[in-house]
Design a protein around this ligand. Structure first.
Ligand code: ADP
Length: 475
């Protein structure tokens, strides 16, 4: 075996090579089923006897898809680490250059390097940069160049035989929907693994992993604190959770303390949110214009919650004293005999559109800002859940346990169906907010004046408000 150092300078610029990654499956927490799925691949790569001559099929390519920071790179490195094979990584954007022929020749280089160290792993992050649908909109420019790079990847993957001394190609993307279907065909990236945002238990497990090298007063206290953080971090990725612990460690050192405590963790959490949400906490610090936007957002959320209520989550109160990318509205949770009907799911999608719709209505489409930016994501996630997990939509008999069950043409169907639900939700939301515009204005005024408003007053305003009739909207 040659030393990895012999890659040469020109290749080394865009390929990062590691003889051993030193990462194992223990470093990835939450979503345990993903590790189980990938364990089989590791065993084949390790040339496990059990798998020899049994005709067990090893995929040539594995596609990890999910939002940034959820641990896709980490998983790819863990596969290499567990199997004890070298790891060659490049980024899809590195293949897209202005110079003709560069993309294809870089792809060739990457595969040649990996092959000379086979069995080995190639990891292509942001594979959508090079592997997006051909003939689609040429967003970044360099379309012909990208196409050549993509063709070269296909050629390389078709060129090698599946065997135990193979090169496994792992791609990562957060845009499965724009990938060229040719990449997903059998013999290419035919194993698709969804890496999603962690659940509460998942977040706790991830925090535990990153707390391994940190000091806490006791194991018990550590668990209690990390549980609390896990509860406060809905929608956080693994990368963000790791940052919280690192930041808490730094704060602890700065205060010259021996152990990370609750205060440091909460402070770090606040800062982590701040990097995405400006960190303005005290309403006296919030600029007037932002306050106005915030008040409209909360008012819209309140009116939608009255008009399309969630039977199990009645509203309690809201305020404009702090600012985050999620609405400030607080809800009571009713547990026990909870069951949701399709209409409850639809209403949830409509409500999720509120922040974005009101900002567009009040400030104009070119004048929106970040405080409504999560709405689109939230709404489309809910739509996806309705389609994939509930079996209540036009997919009819088809029921999908998770997205990795999706075969490529179904991904297209999902997109189409999701678009349809989103269109309905946005139209419905626009219509409700127009119909109850006067209630929105009244609640906004109260928020600006008093800084907060309780459910009782919201309901009162909603019930008394004059309505402006709107044409019907149906799904
Ligand atoms: P992606 O490739 O999906 O953008 P990364 O693998 O680069 O995400 O994640 C960045 C870092 O965040 C990882 O190196 C790891 O420290 C941490 N991280 C993310 N997800 C997890 C997880 N599920 N378990 C443990 N750590 C995680």
């Amino acid at each position: 075996r040659r030393a990895l150092g012999s890659l040469g300078k020109s290749r080394a610029k865009f390929i990062s090579a590691e003889e051993t990654t030193g990462v194992t499956f223990d470093d990835f927490a939450g979503q345990e089923y993903i590790k189980r799925e990938l364990q089989e691949i590791v065993r084949i790569l390790k040339n496990d006897e059990e798998f020899q001559n049994k005709g067990i099929y090893c995929p040539k390519g594995v596609l990890l898809h999910g939002p940034p920071g959820t641990g896709k790179t980490l998983l790819a490195k863990a596969i290499a680490g567990e199997a004890g094979v070298p790891f060659f990584a490049a980024n899809g954007t590195d293949f897209v250059e202005m110079f003709v022929g560069v993309a294809a020749s870089r792809v060739k280089d990457l595969f040649a390097s990996a092959r000379s160290f086979a069995p080995s792993i190639i990891f292509i992050d942001e594979i959508d940069a090079i592997g997006s649908k051909r003939g689609g909109p040429d967003i970044g420019g360099g379309g012909a160049e990208r196409e050549q790079g993509l063709l070269q990847i296909l050629t390389e993957m078709d060129g090698f035989k599946v065997s135990t001394s193979q090169v496994l190609v792992i791609g990562a993307t957060n845009r499965l929907d724009i990938l060229d279907p040719a990449l997903l065909r059998k013999g290419r990236f035919d194993k698709i693994v969804r890496v999603g945002l962690p659940s509460k238990d998942g977040r706790f497990a991830i925090l535990k992993v990153h707390a391994r090298n940190k000091y806490f007063r006791s194991e018990e206290e550590k668990d209690v604190l990390l549980q609390e953080i896990a509860e406060l971090t809905e929608d956080f990725t693994g990368a963000e959770l790791q940052n919280i612990l690192n930041e808490a460690g730094i704060l602890t050192a700065r205060k010259d303390l021996d152990y990370i405590g609750r205060e440091e963790l909460l402070e770090a959490l606040k800062r982590q949110k701040g990097t995405f949400e400006t960190g303005q906490e005290d309403s006296t610090d919030i600029p007037e214009e932002l306050k106005l936007r915030l008040a409209y957002r909360e008012a819209a959320v309140a009116v939608l919650a009255c008009h399309l209520p969630d039977p199990y989550r009645p509203i309690i109160e809201t305020d404009i004293k702090s600012i985050r990318s999620q609405p400030n509205m607080r809800y009571a949770e009713i547990s026990g005999r909870v069951f949701s009907r399709k209409n409850d799911y639809l209403n949830a999608i409509v409500r999720a559109c509120g922040p974005r719709v009101i900002e567009e209505q009040m400030f104009g489409i070119d004048n929106m800002c970040w405080i409504s930016s999560k709405a689109t994501l939230d709404a489309s996630r809910l739509a996806e859940f309705l389609i994939l997990q509930t079996g209540m939509t036009a997919f009819g008999k088809a029921y999908y346990r998770n997205q990795s069950d999706l075969v490529p043409n179904l991904a297209t169907k999902l997109e189409a169906l999701r678009d349809e639900y989103m269109r309905f939700a946005v139209e419905k939301c626009v219509s409700v907010l127009r119909e109850y515009h006067s209630a929105v204005e009244t609640i906004t005024d109260i928020l600006l004046e008093k800084g907060e408003i309780k459910a009782e007053e919201i309901w009162d305003i909603y019930k008394k408000a004059p309505q402006i009739p709107q044409p019907a909207v149906s799904p």
